[in-house]
Design a protein around this ligand. Structure first.
Ligand SMILES: C[S@@+](CC[C@H](N)C(=O)[O-])C[C@H]1O[C@@H](n2cnc3c(N)ncnc32)[C@H](O)[C@@H]1O
Length: 177
């Protein structure tokens, strides 16, 4: 479960502040990966709990346009670091503005995203192009919230074995845009 701080403009009900995350695997026979040690490190050497309090999405995360249900990079980064190894392939078949992909690439994972709305794929493409710039990528790694201090995530990412792949920007439907 994730706590966030979305605004409650109407002020006519309790402020909604939680979202559920479903954590599943294909079948019981498929072993799952959980990076317990990294999660503990990221949590000040205490076991990471399944209730997270993270800030709402920041304006810099919407630099390439808005998606109505865009998730904060802090949430996706934590999920990806917890459940994948560097270089892993990650699929988001309902990718929206591709926060999953941006978090994946910033953490040295590969990504495939699918969405039926071209408008959202355009935002995704621009977000991907943005982090092709190493300086921007480094700044974003520092800005991702939810860790003990701003430099911390970058340090943890650097500690993980580096990926040996070349990132390719291949957005098949976007060639004509
Ligand atoms: C909840 S949003 C995605 C949020 C995104 N995964 C994130 O982390 O920010 C769901 C997305 O699924 C897309 N979508 C809905 N039905 C679809 C379908 N049948 N095929 C492909 N995309 C679809 C919508 O256009 C929308 O962008």
């Amino acid at each position: 479960m994730v706590f966030a701080d979305p605004p409650n403009f109407s002020c006519r009900y309790f402020t909604h502040s939680t979202e559920q995350i479903i954590w599943a695997r294909k079948s019981e026979k498929v072993p799952h990966y959980f990076n317990y040690e990294l999660m503990k490190q990221l949590n000040g050497d205490k076991q990471m709990k399944d209730v997270w309090k993270l800030p709402a999405i920041a304006p810099w995360e919407k630099s390439c346009g808005k998606h109505p249900t865009q998730k904060p990079l802090s949430v996706l980064t934590r999920l990806i670091l917890a459940s994948t190894k560097p270089n892993a392939w990650i699929l988001d078949p309902f990718t929206g503005s591709s926060t999953t992909g941006i978090a994946a690439n910033l953490a040295g994972r590969r990504f495939l995203g699918i969405d039926q709305e071209e408008e959202f794929l355009v935002i995704s493409k621009h977000r991907k192009l943005e982090i092709e710039n190493n300086k921007t990528a480094a700044t974003y790694r520092q800005k991702i919230a939810g860790f003990n201090d701003k430099k911390e995530l970058e340090l943890f990412l650097l500690e993980e074995p580096a990926g040996e792949y070349k990132s390719e920007l291949n957005l098949s439907k976007l060639n004509s845009l």
